[in-house]
Design a protein around this ligand. Sequence first.
Ligand code: SF4
Ligand code: SF4
Length: 510
Amino acid sequence: MPKLTIDTIAVEVPEGTNVLEAARSIGITIPHFCWHPALGKAGACRACAVKMLDGPIKGIQMSCMLPAQDGMVVSTTDQEAVDMRRAVIEWLMINHPHDCPVCDEGGECQLQDFTIAGGHGIRRYDGLKRTYNNQYLGEYIEHEMNRCIQCYRCVRFYQEYAGGTDFGAMGRSGMVYFGRQQDGDLESPFSGNLVDICPTGVFTDKTARFRARYWDYDMAPSVCPGCSLGCSTVPMARYRELLKVTARRNDAVNGWFICDRGRFSNAAVNAPDRPRQARVDGEAVSMDAALDSLQERLTNFLELNGAAALAIVGSPRMAQEAAIMAAKLRDLIGAETLCYSGDTPHFAATVEAVALLNRNNTASQKDVRQADVVAILECDLLIEAPMMALAVRQAYRNGAKVFVVHNKCLKETSRQLYDSAAVASLTDVPFAEARNPVVICGMNRQAINSIQAMALSGVKLAFILNGPNAFGTAMLAREQGAVTLPDALARGAIKGVIALEADLSSELPP
Ligand code: SF4
Ligand code: SF4
């Protein structure tokens, strides 16, 4: 563990940490654009200059490119380093438009912050700026190439981290262009991360364009409901309308990124025909009146039919708090039937899968990123849990071997992310040679049965469940004796249903 001194503060950091990260670890932010924790260094922007006063290396150095070493004495405030950083910002701003007032990135722009922090406020350059044509990149992302500062983060993310092939860097005679060969939708299911990762306003979220500034938003840490992975997000709303969703860093789960399904799914939340008003027999009423009517009808129903005729029905989409309330409601009313699922085969598989998991054998997305052997069975990750596919890609980039068991359900798009070997069964996967093996399994009962023996063998397991809270509701279902709706109806006694966050129109048999 190298020990060094930064701005007179002694710091000890893990081997491989660069000087920029070492400074961050003690709360010193060195300006940077191309370096990103998930992408590493590129040395492209030259903005992170520091002065090495003593130790194995001396003079002005780029702190992102320099691994921390014993005995280094680093100054971030030395005048020569400050002047170098100021000059770099001024060069970058020569071609960057002064359009912060009309740029959607304004207020959440790294270039804006570091320009102001570096003290560059007056433009000395009065020549023509370099300009580019913008591209149509689809309905989600706006492109404004004149703002580019050539940090290469976008292409490093899109091609290297996310395996995309339709976007890249193109250059001729002093001009570098970041885009597609021609206008068109970005093909990567992770393309929305360009918005977060670009340190300036080249890529902005078109769906929220010109609707709010950063400080206008109501926002809170949240969890994506797009699939069972539960990636960390920050939904951002204004005037009670959800305008955009951004990734929230969570190293154990999604890291720095989310998929486009999680990012661009706010249309349903804002749908004008979403029920927002209590109704009784189709008539709009106050919430109090609706609850009074519910109580009266429920009492009549129970007197007439008995509690055995009533089912409380939730879904794997409901929050855990709501799922617990459903069980409490069942007990309060005295109803006999509680359901969290309308799909008997999936529910049975989910309950079995959840029963196999414990604190030690459960693989997070981080575990998958760090795995050296990954076996995937009975699921197409890019369709069912996109960020898990991205996690497998990171393992693959680090040298992991990927095996797909029964690959009949693998779509072509998944193959772009990692090369995999097709095997007939899990016994063909060389787990014995692996230090961090992981099995990722879809909701297929046969497949789940086939990995039961592995639950105690040191191989970590990740299940792709069929609902954002399928895990929580399956645990509750075991505890509360819940059954599926089709099974409850098959008994023939159910005459009434109370639905909580359940879409009965799709789950009730005709
Ligand atoms: S488009 Fe943004 S992320 Fe890409 S090189 Fe330019 S400034 Fe960097
Ligand atoms: S992988 Fe699933 S939970 Fe994560 S962002 Fe995408 S849809 Fe949401």
